[in-house]
Design a protein around this ligand. Sequence first.
Ligand SMILES: Nc1ncnc2c1ncn2[C@@H]1O[C@H](COP(=O)(O)OP(=O)(O)OP(=O)(O)O)[C@@H](O)[C@H]1O
Length: 243
Amino acid sequence: MIARPNRRPQMKGDALVRFENVGLRYGLGPEVLKDLSFGIEPHSFQFLTGPSGAGKTSLLKLLFLSLRATRGIVTVFDHDTSRLSKDELSVLRRRIGIVFQDFRLLDHLTTYENVALPLRVLGKEEASYRSEVIDLLEWVGLGERIDAYPPILSGGEKQRAAIARAVIVRPEMLLADEPTGNVDPPLAKRLLRLFVELNRTGTAVLIATHDLSLLDQVEARQLVIREGSLTVTDPHHAEAGGW
Ligand SMILES: Nc1ncnc2c1ncn2[C@@H]1O[C@H](COP(=O)(O)OP(=O)(O)OP(=O)(O)O)[C@@H](O)[C@H]1O
């Protein structure tokens, strides 16, 4: 088992994200998420699991503020998101990192340029971040692939580039959708270790996965969705559920 992630004790109420009786439906369809109430604490580490079609991706979209809940209250960084404009949501979104299942790297940019892109978008000068980007690429084991373009990277290398791009802006919370979906078990373990290391530096981490073997490797909170309803188990607290 990989050494435990951050276990800083938390006070109720200082959550990065709080869901209260949240529901989601697409258009006029049935509710795909029902009455979700939970929080994500600063510095915490959790897995999100559940059968295919249960609602994991939909929940990630709510957490990344790319979808709005159809009922209930979603509070992110102390803001009631239902009251925010699209522009205000995108400002909050900058504090959240995301690793997409399909990586979403830009093929015409090198690995270095892909990872540096969020800093360029923020208007930073290259001189101010170049060494930081290179250090991060070395940390994720891509020091030799800095000038390579995504089409020639392996699945695991793309995955690590996507993780580096998500964390270069030092997000307060990192969301990852099936981050080990395309890699073999030894690399999956290495990637998981990267997430645990990142969590130790202070970032809250949520990993959505089908890979039950990951859950045995880190003793962490588990958010389990079944048919749109959520159950929370937390090995660090006696009682399950809630915040
Ligand atoms: N854009 C959409 N429009 C209508 N229904 C959708 C849409 N996206 C997802 N759904 C439905 O919402 C439910 C939950 O889907 P979601 O993709 O969140 O599940 P999931 O747990 O991520 O599944 P998987 O593990 O297979 O990726 C499913 O019934 C799905 O058909």
